[in-house]
Structures are given as C-alpha cells and as structure tokens.
Design a protein around this ligand. Sequence first.
Ligand SMILES: [Zn+2]
Length: 360
Amino acid sequence: MVQRYKRLEAGSVDPENVKKYREKLKYWEDKRKKTLKEVEKLNKNSYNEAVKYVPFDTVEECEEYARRFVGSGYSPTFKNEIVYKGISIEHANEVNEALYNIYRDYDLSKLNGIRTISPTSLQGKKVFKDGADAVAAYNPVEHGIFLNKDILKNAETLSAYNRRSDEAWKLVMQNIDNLSGSQLDLALTYQRAGRALVGDGSVSDYITHEMGHHVQWEALDATTNNAIGRNMSTYAPKISGYANSSNGEYIAESFVAHVKGETELIDPVFSSFLENKTVSSAKILKPGESLEFAKRGTSSFETIILPKDEYAHVMSEIATNLTVEQSNHAVFKKCIGNYVYTVENNGFGNYRIIGKKIIK
Ligand SMILES: [Zn+2]
C-alpha cells in the first residue's frame, strides 16, 4: 500500500490529489509502524510469558515441582528431598521461582535437597552458628539448602527480619565515629559499598545468594577460583559490605550481582565464567512444556516458504551466527543478506521462518 500511494503521489499534478494521496500515504505508514510495534510487543510478551514461573496453590505442589532441582547425590541430611513444611505458600513459590530462574539461565548441577529447619532446634543451632540468624544456609558438604522456618514462616516474619537488619546497619553507621581498629575497618567497608547485601530483602535474592555458594562449591574450578580470589580486594568493596567478609561470601554476592544484571560491578573473570555457564532456555524447557506459551503468540503466523537455496543459507546463518540472546528467545529477528527474517525458535535447532522483510 505504501509503495502504491508513493507512486500515486509522485505521479499526480493536481494539488488536491497530491494532498489526498499524501494523507493516505501517512495513514498506511502509521498503520505499518503500529503493526510492527505490536508484533514486537507480542514477541516480547510471548517470550516473557514462555519463560515465567507459574506459582502453585499449595506447599505440597511446590515441593513436588522443586524436585526437578534436586539430583541423586549422596546426602544423609537432605536425602534428596524437598521439605517446605512451616513456610508460607508465597515463600515456597518464591523459593521455587528463584531456583527456576537460576536453572533456566545457568548450567548448574542439581542440589541434593532443600529443607526447612528451626534455628532453635539442635540441628538448627549448628546450621545457623553463633546465633547468627540467616534466612537460608547452604551446606557445602552435601550441596543442599536449609531454609529458616522462623523467618520464612510468613511475610511478617520476613519483614521483621529485614527491619532488624536495616536497624543494625543504621546503628553502626550512626556510631561509626566511636569505632576503632578492625570494627571501624569493617564498618567503613560497609559504608563505602553503600549496602550490606546485593539482595533487596526478597526471598528470591536470599536464595540466589545461597545458589552463589553452590556455584562456588560445585561449578568453580580451582584455577578460576584462584584467579577470582586474587582480585577480591578490587571488586568486593564495590559489591556489598558482606562481600568483604570471606572468599565464599564474595563469590556468593558476586553471583547475586550477576543474576541481577549488575555485571559492571563484578570481576570480569567471574563474569565470563558465568557467561559460559548460561544456557539457552530451549535446553531446559521441554518441548511441549513452557514453549507452548511462546508459540501462542506466533502460532497464527504462517510459515514463509523460502526457495531451497535461500532456506539452506538462512538456516546455516542461524546455526553459525545465532547469539546467546537470540537463542534464548522464542522469537527473534535476524538480518541475512538484504532481508530481516523473523524466526520462531522451537528449541533443539528447530526454527520456523514467519517473516521476511527487505532492509531499506
Ligand atoms: Zn553466604
């Protein structure tokens, strides 16, 4: 349509006609722009929809679902089980969502279990040492995560815990002039970082921190670990106060920063290590599972039948030049030769061409 009105406008001498065709041209151009925007939005929404965790109604269902994050490694404590007993359904879903997002985006080995524990129980006192209260704790020997029942009981108990942490922060900052020696050094480190933790007090961020310990114990090789350790004094002060407390907390906090997209703060060595661990969502989403959501957005688009040679060329270009970003999307656009192709990504190297436009 646009081409037609452009030609008509150019071919007209009557000023009335020129005006008329110009208006028509504008109408069609606006319409085309709007459609393109809508398609883009649809693609984005369908992708977001496709890779999103869908909450469950009961704690038992959450436990059942979380089994996918648990392997069969030796663990007398965790027994390869998920036990969410004692925490709210909202928090159980949040734990699941955090794990879902991490396993979707990073290629990590499975845990040996997750279980709630009371910090005042005999075992709980050992897990949360010296009365140091934490929302969760990672067990490096058995590769499992303990969840603090008292804090994750409900939204109020978690808020109260976060409030206590905020107050402790304020108290130290207000009294910084009265501190000396190592206490002052520590307080200054926190002050310079501007925050105690990278996480924002959400269950998700606390779990991500524990998964940072899983990365440290399960994924990091000695060479990378040493290389990262050597630069701790450069990067830890920028990440968070807590990142300065030990090599382990430094790595855990760096991982949270990476998950939250604060990649500029962390050691590029660790960053590129994690980038090599990122996975295409197509790998973890079984066909017919969540990708079905994605296709809902584009299933109405007809397949563009390309001539054989062109099809072969396009497929080989996709196979060799697909970016990680593109491979993570249910729908992506790729410029090949003089055209922009819109491709529906069905995972496992299955692609369907649903759009082709000449580059102007
Ligand atoms: Zn930690």
